[in-house]
Design a protein around this ligand. Sequence first.
Ligand code: NAD
Length: 377
Amino acid sequence: MIIAIPSETHSGETRTPLTPEAAAQLKALGAMVTVQAGLGLGAGFSDASYAQAGAVLTADREGLLRSGDLVLRVRKPAMEEVSWLKRGSIHISLLDPFQEKELVRKIADAGVSAISMEFIPRTTRAQKMDALSSQANLAGYEAAILAARYANKIFPMLTTAAGTLLPAKVFVLGVGVAGLQAIATAKRLGARVTAYDTRPVVEEQVKSLGAQFLKIDLGETGQTQDGYARALTEAQVLIQREAMKKICADSDVVIAAAQVFGRRAPVLITAEMLDAMKPGSVVVDLAVETGGNVEGVAYDRVRDRYGVKIVGLANLPCRVPRHASQVYAANLVALIETFWDPPTQTFVLRRDDDILRGCLVTHGGQIVNEKLLAGSP
Ligand code: NAD
């Protein structure tokens, strides 16, 4: 089986789907690994290190994609490259399937079986393949680091001969994987952290990190069977905003990471709340790629709004590409190893398996994913 890995072409993408270490792991399964020359440069991996791991390097991108039985990427394929994929081949990447209906249709028509890494089920067995978590974790870290960089004060308490500097107050909104890591990182830097999430189970996790949990009574909020938050009603959003007004005004840093899977992010920090914040404070909007939690956030930019910095930088894992690639590649290798059939040395699409049932989007010319067909997560 030929496993082909083209370089990423999306502007600003620094990650690679395969590290040299992961290439060696796939070689050890008995696969032939072909990579595009320059594949890992953005993440700090030289061509020589892939060759050393046993990969074949080529500069011929089209030839590479035409030859792959299994194609690995970080991001979705470009529309114009879908026709290069071999009929019957398997394509594994983040695919953003809810927003990319036309692309998914095209992949199905090309007879390619696409696996969407966003759809890996959130189960214990699939944890090591969970790319959303591996990347969100690094995004959360990076959000706290960015907040510290843009703040006009330091995070830890410092007692010096020149007086005492009080710890920064950080409020984390939305405590999924990214939010938890943002809390942990801000705590390690010495900040005093408070957090809020609509899922009540999060309170315990927040407290176990030494942070405080803000209580807001929104009535029934619930979560999906995959553990995702449900969208709030308009009335609930109003109550939540009102309850967060004071803590936002009082915080030096707000890190917003509230998301509802498969939907636009809820706007939870309004202009009125920003008006009440102190000049010099910072708001990092981790949800900017799905529309943002913060009113007026500028995509991939840092905005100064009457002295409050709104950080809308996108693709935060791309700022730590070496580690982001390492964990993403580990997710892919775990997936491939799980469905690898040693006697035939092939990746077998076992459609009765719950992991593949969850993440396989197209197969045999059809869109086969239940969530996608139903139109909601
Ligand atoms: P996500 O990125 O979809 O959302 C981030 C957070 O925003 C969530 O915690 C959500 O509850 C919260 N949120 C949504 N609306 C909000 C609002 N109005 N106000 C405040 N917060 C709001 O989440 P994620 O990081 O992908 O994680 C989703 C869930 O999956 C979590 O329960 C996580 O623990 C779970 N998970 C499980 C596994 C596993 O079991 N293998 C792996 C990873 C994540």
